[in-house]
Design a protein around this ligand. Sequence first.
Ligand SMILES: NC(=O)c1ccc[n+]([C@@H]2O[C@H](COP(=O)([O-])OP(=O)(O)OC[C@H]3O[C@@H](n4cnc5c(N)ncnc54)[C@H](OP(=O)(O)O)[C@@H]3O)[C@@H](O)[C@H]2O)c1
Length: 487
Amino acid sequence: MASEIQTLITFFGATGDLAKRMLYPAVFNLYKKGYLQKHFAVVGTARQDITTDEFREMVRHSIDADGKQDSAQVNDFLKHFSYCASDVTEASGYHDLRATIDAAEKEFDIPGNRIFYMSVAPRFFGTIAQYLKSEDLLAKQGFNRLMIEKPFGTSYETAEALQNELEAAFNDDQLYRIDHFLGKEMVLNIAPIRFGNPVLAAAWNKDFIKNVQVTLAETLGVEERAGYYDTAGALLDMIQNHAMQIVGWLAMETPKSFKDQDIRDAKNAAFSSLKIYDEAEVNRYFVRGQYGAGQSPDQKAYTQEPDVPADSKNNTYIAGELQFNMPRWEGVPFYVRSGKRMAKKTTRVDVVFKAGTLPLGAAQEPQETVLTIVVSPDEKIQMTLNAKDVSDTYSTHLIDLDWEPTAAEKAATPAPYERMIHDAMDGNGSNFADWHGVATAWKFTDAISKVYAENKAPLETYPSGSMGPKAADELLARNGDHWVFQG
Ligand SMILES: NC(=O)c1ccc[n+]([C@@H]2O[C@H](COP(=O)([O-])OP(=O)(O)OC[C@H]3O[C@@H](n4cnc5c(N)ncnc54)[C@H](OP(=O)(O)O)[C@@H]3O)[C@@H](O)[C@H]2O)c1
């Protein structure tokens, strides 16, 4: 059994979708594993006027809807939960909340150590942080940490304003900005693969790597999210946050140690050297697309979808090349792409290594090899190698080395929210989005958004069910590259 991390977690937005679907099951798993034992409490708050007993029943349903859990264990767990109705925009609500938190802390003998999880609309993040301080809800001893849902701003300007509001009440090292892709097992695998194998660590640079590719492809269309999605598009919905955070692990310098701050510093060294594009460069290095109709009648064009303006120029697909002006990556393109209604759903990383030479006069010379990390929906690690073909010559062909976790390993893998709540309890910020990286990502995408808002770049269409516009293939072909994943 793991050792206990004595903590009091307050969930804002305690009656919401995310809390019920993800957060309570995550906390329950931490309890079952022993990270939470006796000295912990969970306080939920939202405006809905329910009693603590009703709240506990709501949580019971979220962790044990089918009644298959050990009911004594569930009951013991739920005893640690209490509820306080409050409106986050009114100071008076925080007085009742403080009393509920103080009572829970006393009942379960918790030595401070407060986590405040903001599972509410982003417009409330700054307000809550400021009231937590002004209304005296912060622990006097132990730690105070703030977990912040996404999105963190909608531009650099709004993100910076939010950061300033948060920093008026908390230090930056108390802020845990969630990007749940960073909690995915195969994203967490990038560092061990890269740094745990000296052969790969030594080759992780421009001398051996030809290009790096990050693909986040969805098969679904906009569904019911047009109101939000038509203002965000693939650029802000997927590239600015998830794709760039994954790139952070791939492009980072070698950290001095695997401590939180050293990892952040190593990622920030890369983000500091990211080239921000001007209008001509946006056109040269980025492609925006929008899905048209597909083969099947239910695959409508984006502009025919419910609530999408018929003249929308929104990007449902983005592909682009990132460049890092640092010695390690001189001349190495980092390609990112993300789109809706693509041929296949996948989140994956492909690291393309340069082809070697084997001057033995063989018909087939060695080819580029690829390290692939498939993040979801499958989980896989693959590597191709050049090996001898069965023939009388030294012709080579590519062979595959494949690994995927067993069913037992998959079952034992913590879900991203479990991992992130655990890491926040443990004070480990390395799997959260650092402000410098978030700020750089916004500056980078703002430069692209500006060109698109002024309609100074072509909008390519691609058929639903394809892997995106041809222009995205040409983007790579210009460098002598191609997308490894073809759908
Ligand atoms: N759902 C997901 O899968 C998901 C995934 C990634 C990120 N997120 C992020 O997580 C956050 C929460 O999303 P959600 O889907 O759970 O939203 P939601 O279902 O709409 O829940 C919002 C919660 O906030 C509470 N709330 C609203 N106004 C309030 C106020 N003035 N004072 C106090 N509480 C208030 C609501 O309860 P009352 O109405 O009773 O007050 C409810 O508990 C958002 O930032 C979202 O972007 C969600």
